[in-house]
Design a protein around this ligand. Sequence first.
Ligand SMILES: Cc1cc2nc3c(=O)[nH]c(=O)nc-3n(C[C@H](O)[C@H](O)[C@H](O)COP(=O)(O)O)c2cc1C
Length: 169
Amino acid sequence: MVVLVACGSTGGGTAELAGWIAEELRDAGFEVRLSAAADVSGAGRYEALVLGSAVYAAGWHPDVRRFVRRHASDFAGKPVWLFSSGPLDTSADDGPLPPGHHAEEALHELGAREHVTFGGRMTAEARGWLGFLARRMARTGRAGDFRNPLRVRGWARDVAAQIRASSPA
Ligand SMILES: Cc1cc2nc3c(=O)[nH]c(=O)nc-3n(C[C@H](O)[C@H](O)[C@H](O)COP(=O)(O)O)c2cc1C
């Protein structure tokens, strides 16, 4: 069973989170390919997919949206899970958040089993290169790391259990 973990990330926070997920799936015994969504080729060979995106201005990363358009048919009938990484507060850990519109579209296009939102991270450097909006968000006290490795890794182990349960013995 070869699992693809792919994501779109601008500042690296979501990419690191995808790495934690890939690690858990590997520890559970799966062969895993971890890739930026823009770099995936030959997607048809993968038997399951975990796809994630950073959220900017309520939208998914353009590479992830392109991935969904290009590869929906490669994952037809295969198990798919989605995640977003965004909120710069603890709201993602306080209870389930509804998927944004791109996640909603992807749930439908990919026939995904689930979408989950994890907290995000905004570094001091992001203030420099993401411009005015990022600087304003930082000034309002939202810069920081709101990712929760224990929750992310727990979710990944649950995904692993579901993949195992759905694959032939
Ligand atoms: C300019 C800007 C806009 C953002 N807009 C949103 C948003 O609409 N919704 C949200 O949940 N998070 C938003 N965020 C937070 C990012 O999603 C968060 O920083 C995320 O961890 C970035 O992931 P990355 O490091 O992989 O790019 C925004 C961050 C910045 C800097």
